[in-house]
Design a protein around this ligand. Structure first.
Ligand code: PSV
Ligand code: MN
Ligand code: MN
Length: 388
């Protein structure tokens, strides 16, 4: 097996973007529970995200959602983030909470509504110029509930045209990433339901358009690592939204539901060059913390990704290739499983300490008093929630 020392240079470069909305209250359609100290403003969400980075050195960027994180001065927000030791990352558009989008946004048959959705993305690109963000992430709730309700082919054509107009607005260093999801909120058809549709749409646009793979957006049993391998092969994997699921789009802590799946995905990332310096792959979390504290939830999440990345890097790839080519079925499987079953927690803790980080970032955060401090300070005002 590859030794731990040889993998630390790669681990050191690992960067996982945090979603601002993970720090707000969220819930199900039944109830949104609040937590003491929940941020009331985009600034407070950024301050909390910065804590995750302070204790882990794993999360140097914060993704924003527009209009949830709308502020008057995005350049000032950028400076605020930098003063807290983080940068602003992906800008997520939102065309799913406005009455006008009841029957679609970028796919809508009404040109006025479609233009409104396109203009929203233009506004997001303006924000990106102020924040220094690289990626515009588009996830669409567009779809229909009943066969015959919509012209599913016409909607693809309109989507292509809308995306083309948005793409043409991007700056040279900016990218568009198109996220797919197989269902919800639409239950019969979704306009961007799978990686193939996302790929077909972004391939038409050009090099600055790529696919975003949200790990929670597949049917049960889907071989996600195969999709990762394929998109990396095609040079079209732009970003990950990490989370985990037991049933549908659960948005639970990444690696909580199925650590082995996370390992398999990260192995294909490693194998496909997704951790290389010139890799186009951005790593992000897309999670909600409905009942647990948010900052510890995010700390646990980035540590889970780090742990599974370490295990994936430990795979003896030369030995694996030899076993694969020799037709050694169980030998090859054993080599992969050896790395997966390696407990890297001790070496990771020692390595963190050698870099001046807490050996146990989760425990160190809990002992820091920050959670109590924000609970006392943040009284009054309206707590942020998923959607505001
Ligand atoms: C909705 O499913 C969703 O979770 C998508 O995954 C987006 O990335 C996220 O919301 C934020 O818009
Ligand atoms: Mn997502
Ligand atoms: Mn989702």
């Amino acid at each position: 097996m590859t030794s731990f020392d040889t993998i630390t240079p790669l681990l050191e470069k690992q960067a996982i973007e945090l979603p601002s909305w993970a720090f707000g209250n969220s819930g199900t359609r039944f109830k949104v529970f609040t937590t003491p100290g929940t941020p009331r403003t985009p600034e407070e969400k950024i301050a909390d995200a910065a804590k995750v980075h302070e204790f882990t050195a794993l999360a140097p960027k914060v993704a924003l959602h527009i209009p949830w994180d709308l502020v008057d001065d995005f350049s000032a927000l950028r400076t605020y983030a930098e003063d807290h030791g983080v940068a602003l990352g992906t800008i997520n558009s939102n065309t799913f909470q406005d009455e006008d989008y009841k029957f679609g946004s970028l796919t809508h048959s009404n040109p006025v509504i479609r233009q409104k959705a396109i203009d929203h993305h233009f506004a997001c690109i303006d924000v990106m110029h102020a924040t220094g963000s690289q990626d515009l992430k588009i996830w669409l709730a567009d779809g229909s509930n009943y066969p015959g309700q919509q012209d599913i082919r016409g909607r693809q054509d309109r989507l292509a045209d809308s995306l083309q107009q948005i793409y043409a607005r991007l700056g040279e260093e900016q990218r568009l990433v198109l996220e797919y999801k197989f269902f919800e909120p639409a239950f019969y058809h979704t306009d961007v339901p799978d990686w193939g549709t996302s790929y077909a749409q972004v391939a038409q646009l050009g090099d600055q358009a790529l696919v975003c793979l949200d790990t929670g957006h597949h049917a049960p049993g889907t071989n996600i690592e195969f999709i990762v391998a394929q998109l990396l092969r095609l040079g079209k994997l732009g970003s990950f939204d990490f989370n985990s699921r037991f049933y549908a789009d659960d948005d639970l802590i990444v690696g909580a539901a199925d650590p082995f799946q996370l390992f398999r995905i990260l192995y294909e990332v490693v194998r496909g060059g997704g951790l290389d310096d010139d890799s186009p792959v951005a790593f992000m979390l897309d999670q909600c913390h409905n009942v647990e504290d948010k900052i510890p939830g995010q700390i646990r999440s980035v540590l889970n990704v780090q742990e599974m990345t370490a295990r994936a890097l430990l795979v003896d790839r030369d030995a694996l290739t030899t076993a694969q080519e020799a037709g050694d079925v169980l030998g090859a499987n054993g080599i992969l499983m050896d790395a997966f079953y390696t407990d890297v927690r001790g070496p990771l803790a020692a390595w963190r300490e050698s870099r001046g980080l807490p050996a146990d970032p989760f425990g160190a955060y809990l002992a820091s008093g920050y959670q109590q401090q924000i609970a006392e300070e943040r009284v009054g005002g309206t707590q942020a929630s998923w959607g505001a």
